[in-house]
Design a binder for this molecule. Structure first.
Ligand SMILES: [Zn+2]
Length: 341
């Protein structure tokens, strides 16, 4: 089979996934005489330069069909299992046979955790180590050590949650910067994933709780060029696409200069699509050269050392990569949504 007829088989399978029941699906494609089984036997006849692409595509089709078969097993199990009344009193001495039935379904990691793990994997392969962000912090780490002195107007950029005794729920993972810069010796290459909180109204694009992934790199003679190369390398690996990048001016107190990092849309090659708002470009993250005052607050000599930092929303990147239109789906706890990933 050549590539165009493989495309026909692909669209046939996509159609059948929606209309055929699993027994028919299995028989038509994966049985001994199945259409896909034949293609596996056919690999040897495909020209050498197309073998790898061909193999990848038929394996992908097989995985699609197997996923559908697994899903239908899960659905059947859910259907068979008796409904339980969660409000009924439950005696823990009840015999095992009489206890409320719990589905023996396998769990899986949440889509956000899958993405955080992928980021960690990529950054680790680039020589970064990983430090997790705290869930409750203080004013010094949230603001002061990051060049936001008390009364600084930029504090208003963050709508933060405070506890009654003066602690803060981090609004960015930069709360860990001072600790890392103070406790490690340059070269410092660290990525900080973590959960952050914003006291703001929610809509399709905004949430009060989200994940951020921040990175810092401090050494001698670090420049904007190192920053652009590092972030580009990460994004090209993650999005599996060659990207054009632009940096535009922005404002953050803890970096100078401050930039907005923008990439060419990997889904439409700059032609315009719904993901990039038909502009061909996606503004993805803030970044910049670490402000000398931030280095000073960690006892690092800014004449000797320099560095860069960046921070991006894990939710936003996850939505872009997986074409998820609504941020609130990520925390709604809907199994129907979560089983898609
Ligand atoms: Zn686009």
């Amino acid at each position: 089979m050549n590539m165009p007829s493989l495309s026909k088989l692909e669209s046939k399978i996509l159609k059948d996934l929606k209309s055929l029941d699993t027994t028919k699906l299995k028989k038509k494609y994966l049985s001994k005489e199945g259409l896909l089984t034949k293609e596996f036997a056919n690999i040897k006849n495909v020209p050498n330069d197309q073998k790898s692409e061909f193999g990848k595509r038929i394996n992908k089709l097989k995985a699609l069909i197997n996923k559908e078969l697994d899903n239908s097993k899960t659905k059947a199990k859910i259907k068979r299992s008796p409904r339980i009344d969660p409000t009924a009193p439950f005696d823990c001495n009840t015999h095992n046979d009489k206890k409320p039935h719990i589905l023996d379904l396998e769990g899986s990691s949440h889509i956000l955790m899958q993405e955080v793990n992928r980021f960690n994997e990529i950054f680790t392969s680039m020589g970064f180590d990983i430090v997790e962000c705290r869930q409750v912090d203080d004013d010094y780490h949230m603001f002061e050590s990051l060049n936001f002195p008390k009364g600084h107007p930029a504090r208003d950029m963050y709508d933060t949650f405070w506890t009654e005794d003066g602690f803060v729920l981090p609004a960015h993972t930069s709360t860990m910067q001072n600790r890392i810069l103070r406790n490690k010796k340059p070269p410092i290459r660290t990525v900080i994933p973590g959960r952050v909180y914003r006291n703001e109204a929610t809509d399709a694009g905004h949430e009060h709780t989200l994940y951020q992934c921040e990175g810092i790199y401090v050494d001698k003679d670090i420049s904007v060029a190192n920053m652009i190369a590092t972030i580009t390398e990460f994004l090209e690996t993650y999005l599996e696409s060659k990207l054009e990048v632009k940096i535009q001016p922005a404002y953050f107190p803890f970096t100078e200069p401050d930039c907005e990092f923008t990439i060419s849309c990997p889904f439409c090659s700059k032609k315009g699509c719904s993901t990039c708002g038909y502009s061909g470009w996606i503004e993805l993250m803030g970044c910049g050269i670490i402000h000398p005052n931030v280095l000073k607050s960690a006892n690092l000599d800014s004449n000797e050392y320099s560095g860069f930092a960046w921070g991006f929303g894990v939710d936003r990147l996850t939505m872009i990569k997986n074409n998820i239109p609504e941020i609130r789906h990520l925390r709604a706890g809907s199994l129907k949504f979560l089983r898609e990933y």
